[in-house]
Design a protein around this ligand. Structure first.
Ligand SMILES: *Cc1c(COP(=O)(O)O)cnc(C)c1O
Length: 372
């Protein structure tokens, strides 16, 4: 039996161990340790932002972003139907109303053209989510935000090192957020970051992250915050990983190019776009969508791949088809045919940083095998 190829395996063979050892030897393991500030400053600088606020994951980074912008009851936030639940959950938990748009069939990113049609007098923000390695077309959305006085929350959780027209993803939002989960381009195990250029928003995110302790009277609170703090151990990993971001982006691009070259022309498969007018793909994951020539769906494909020792994961399930939101009475009249189709026919194959060429070739052979 051949070894199982997991869908993701991170690379931790730089300074990760050295910096972690420093934490342990110095005794600095909590969020008070020096790596946290260092990671915040270096990550913000790398993304071209003034302020970085490290948090314990990318989902809570969105919760803090929504709270920091004072979005709540009566406010509408436009976001893609095709994304992780964290995006809509942050809006719903704040008491605001999520309004969905479908995604583009080729890039799988939110369709910028649909956003304008969903703007009402109650719209307060657009939550932009860059999906799978290609950025959302920002120019029309930035113009809409300007025209209608809307805030932009930019979820760049899958976009470390990507650019839109040469400018870093994560530099476009009033608030931008990242995740450092192990399948992201750089990882801290669990972790996230909030970026902004606005000193007041940065201070508010810092306060919300830290239970809204008052600096002068620690245990007196004017507002409810959370404990969203990142530990020094996580930040130590982050500093080490950030040193390698350029190399990691290169590796992912090479992996994507190799997969594309080997899978190109396979009947039944739609491959990720290699590029758009504004960016080259960084292949957060290498996604595949079965077209009508494949006589089965993603679930069947993943099961067949599993039998051949290949790990895979389904695409996101659309927000308007989530039982939890339907029970709340949300999205009752929503239809987003592209998101619905790619959710059923899309899955991604092993594309972690540690994937070897030999493993990649085995994955390709297995994909061709199940489609034969
Ligand atoms: C991974 C991810 C998140 C959530 O990050 P976690 O660190 O797993 O909480 C949010 N948004 C997008 C687009 C993601 O890919």
């Amino acid at each position: 039996m051949m070894d199982f190829i997991p869908v993701n395996e991170p690379l931790l063979d730089g300074n990760e161990e050295k910096y972690l050892t420093e934490c342990i030897r110095s005794g600095w393991i909590s969020s008070e340790g020096p790596f946290v500030r260092q990671f915040e400053e270096q990550f913000a600088a790398r993304m071209g932002r003034e302020y970085g606020v490290a948090v314990c994951n990318g989902s809570v980074a969105l919760d803090a972003a929504v709270a920091a912008l004072n979005l709540g009851q009566g406010d509408e936030v436009i976001l893609p139907a095709f994304t992780i639940i964290s995006c809509a959950a942050a809006v719903v938990r704040a008491g605001a109303t999520p309004v969905l748009v479908d995604c583009d069939a080729a890039t799988w990113n939110m369709d910028a053209a649909q956003v304008e049609t969903r703007i009402t007098s109650r719209t307060r923000a657009i939550m932009v989510v860059h999906i799978f390695g290609l950025p959302v077309d920002m120019a029309p959305l930035l113009a809409l935000a300007e025209k209608h006085g809307l805030k932009i929350i930019e979820d760049a959780a899958q976009m470390h090192g990507q650019t839109y027209c040469g400018k870093p993803c994560g530099s476009f939002g009033d608030i931008s957020t990242f995740s450092f989960y192990p399948n992201k381009h750089i990882t801290t195990g669990e972790g996230g970051m909030i970026l902004t250029d606005d000193p007041e928003l940065a201070a508010r995110c810092r306060s919300l992250r830290n239970l809204c302790f008052k600096p002068e009277q620690r245990f007196i609170h004017d507002e409810l915050g959370w404990n969203f703090r990142m530990t020094n151990l996580q930040a130590a990993l982050g500093v080490a990983q950030l040193e390698r971001l350029d190399d990691f982006v290169l590796r992912k691009r090479r992996m994507g190019e190799r997969y594309t070259a080997l899978l190109h022309g396979t009947p039944g498969l739609q491959l990720p776009l290699a590029k758009t007018a504004y960016a080259d793909n960084i292949y957060w994951v290498f996604g595949l969508v079965l077209d009508d020539k494949a006589g089965f769906d993603a679930r069947e494909a993943m099961e067949r791949l599993g039998k051949l020792g290949i790990g895979s994961r389904p695409f996101f399930w659309p927000m308007h088809e989530q039982p939890v939101f339907r029970k709340m009475g949300l999205f009752a009249d929503d239809h987003h045919p592209v998101a619905e189709r790619i959710a059923r026919r899309g899955f991604y194959i092993p594309s972690g940083m540690a994937l070897t060429t030999g493993q990649l070739e085995r994955v390709v052979a297995a994909v061709k095998d199940i489609l034969r």
